[in-house]
Design a protein around this ligand. Structure first.
Ligand code: GLA
Length: 379
């Protein structure tokens, strides 16, 4: 005869079996760095893909073409990993052209008005690729460069260090500029990006990463329900061509006030002029050049929380306004408007034309440095 205690034991065992079956999938790979081939450029040069996996199973994939983050797998609140960045499965799709998915943007991220500037009395004309302006380094910016890469491991985590030499005159910019970008994945689910550069002639510089995040998962529709919190009391307004007017205005009383967390979609239609959503440079509160909290984005559905800290004075919040559903990304999914958001830590756009903005000119003998940390948690 079955006794009561053995029935409860059976029940407990059955529950354990159910929970076991529902337990998160085991991390895809073991902690470490893998180097894989990701194909070839049209001129035959090989493109490598570095796969960094930490001890909790968080995994980031970065390729040497454009220093592009192609995949970023982080756990949701149940511990189930999901890829939270937009992009493609194959190199060929990146080569066809795309709106900077995951890429390092430079030599100067964002816009330079009229694609021209004067520095130390000399006039420079840049490649024009956005109306009359220069955007994200020009026609062949750092997002299309083939970077040299080496993998390293330190107490901080697993790293891939990328180097690119942009020669004097490239896209119109002065000076031979050597840039290194180190992606480090820590065991605390942080992705740290450290940028460093030196030049042999004065040049404007502004390096950032243009990842489009969707914390629900890259294939999960739009990010309008995600909430955003920004450590920012001021922003730099722009004209109809998205060129800063030079003013630095308070966010207070505008749809740009994210000092307390608000959903991306909540006030997006109130923006004036409305470039289809958020595409604004926010001035970060706190000192330049040292790490400070910048942004927090939370997806209530998955429970994923992204915290961003940076040494930079500004952050471009871009809500994927120009995505129109005509680009098919990973798994063939069409990316519609607001399918992802970018948090581009940066110097203010068009700083070269606004002497009262923080200096963006690098001179020989000085070292450009910027560090940005993306930390993933769940709530
Ligand atoms: C940045 C700019 C946007 C747009 C995207 C790329 O975020 O601020 O205006 O150019 O890059 O599509």
């Amino acid at each position: 005869m079955t006794s009561i205690p053995s029935i409860s034991l059976l029940f407990v065992l059955a529950m354990c079996a159910v929970l076991w079956a529902a337990a998160p999938a085991a991390p895809q790979g073991k902690r470490g760095i893998q180097k894989l081939s990701f194909g070839q450029l049209p001129d035959g040069q090989a493109v490598d893909l570095y796969v960094l996996t930490n001890q909790t199973g968080m995994c980031v994939k970065v390729m040497t073409y454009g220093g592009i983050i192609t995949e970023l797998h982080v756990p949701d609140r149940q511990g189930v990993p999901g890829d939270v960045v937009l992009g493609f499965d194959r190199l060929e799709d990146y080569l066809k052209g795309h709106p900077y998915f995951g890429a390092i943007t430079g030599r100067v991220a964002n816009r330079i008005a009229k694609a021209a500037f004067t520095l130390d009395g000399k006039n420079y004309t840049l490649a024009v690729n956005n109306g009359p302006n220069a955007l994200h380094g020009g026609i062949r910016g750092f997002d299309k460069a083939l970077w040299n890469a080496v993998a390293t491991e330190s107490r901080e985590g697993l790293s891939v260090k990328m180097t690119y030499v942009s020669v004097d005159g490239e896209e119109g910019y002065p000076g031979n500029l050597t840039s290194t970008v180190v992606y480090t994945l820590t065991d605390h689910n942080e992705l740290k990006i450290h940028y460093q550069a030196e030049t042999d002639a004065p040049t404007p510089i502004n390096l950032t990463n243009h990842s489009y995040f969707n914390l629900a998962g890259a294939e999960k529709g739009n990010v309008l329900q995600h909430t955003l919190k920004l450590n920012s009391s001021f922003y730099t307004p722009v004209d109809a061509g998205l060129i800063p007017t030079g003013e630095i205005l308070k966010v207070e009383g505008t749809p740009l006030d994210f000092r307390t967390a608000r959903a991306f979609g909540e006030r997006i239609s109130q923006l004036k002029p409305n470039p289809g959503g958020y595409d604004h440079n926010f001035v970060l509160d706190g000192p330049d050049g040292i790490m400070k909290p910048a942004a927090e984005v939370y997806d209530p559905g998955s429970g994923r929380l992204l915290e961003v800290a940076t040494t930079e004075p500004g952050i471009q919040v871009y809500s994927g306004n120009f995505l129109q559903g005509d680009i098919r990304g990973k798994k063939g999914i069409a990316y519609g408007q607001h399918a992802g958001f970018c948090l581009e830590t940066q110097h203010y756009p068009d700083s070269i034309h606004h002497p009262h903005f923080p200096n963006s000119v690098l001179r020989p003998g000085s070292v450009y440095r910027q560090t940005t940390l993306f930390r993933f948690r769940t709530r």
